[in-house]
Design a protein around this ligand. Sequence first.
Ligand code: HEC
Length: 120
Amino acid sequence: MRRSLVTALTLAVGLALGVSAAAAQSRQVLIQRGEALVRQNCSLCHAVGREGASPYPNAPLFRELSKRYPVDVLEEALAEGFTSGHPAMPEFTFSAERAAAIVAYLSSIQVDPNARPQRR
Ligand code: HEC
């Protein structure tokens, strides 16, 4: 009786650890896909990494986007057709899956993930 309880507990804990490790791993995969997508599509103008300046003057540093708004709001925009209102920036539309990957990556590099949008 006691032995089977221990076995059951061990199994349950093992399962829970396995599931959260898998979730962490798939998040990592998502972040990597997002990074590849922004390197491909956005790095011509934006600083897309953790350091460096944007090649295009005035294009915001991706790692500081959270100073403008929570980066999650971009997910819907990216999937619906995203423009910055800036003539230099082309319009982008990504599949929902790619938009989620981009946002996962952007969230992962924010210098200040909890920054509040600045008041003007
Ligand atoms: C050809 C250059 C160029 C490319 C390529 C480009 N951007 Fe931009 N982007 C800009 C410029 C310039 C601005 C500044 C617009 C402004 O301040 O009016 C900007 C602004 C932005 C903003 C801020 C918009 C806002 O209203 O706060 C976001 C977010 C953004 N870009 C995301 C992206 C993403 C994601 C990609 C790739 C999928 C991308 N950009 C590709 C030039 C570019």
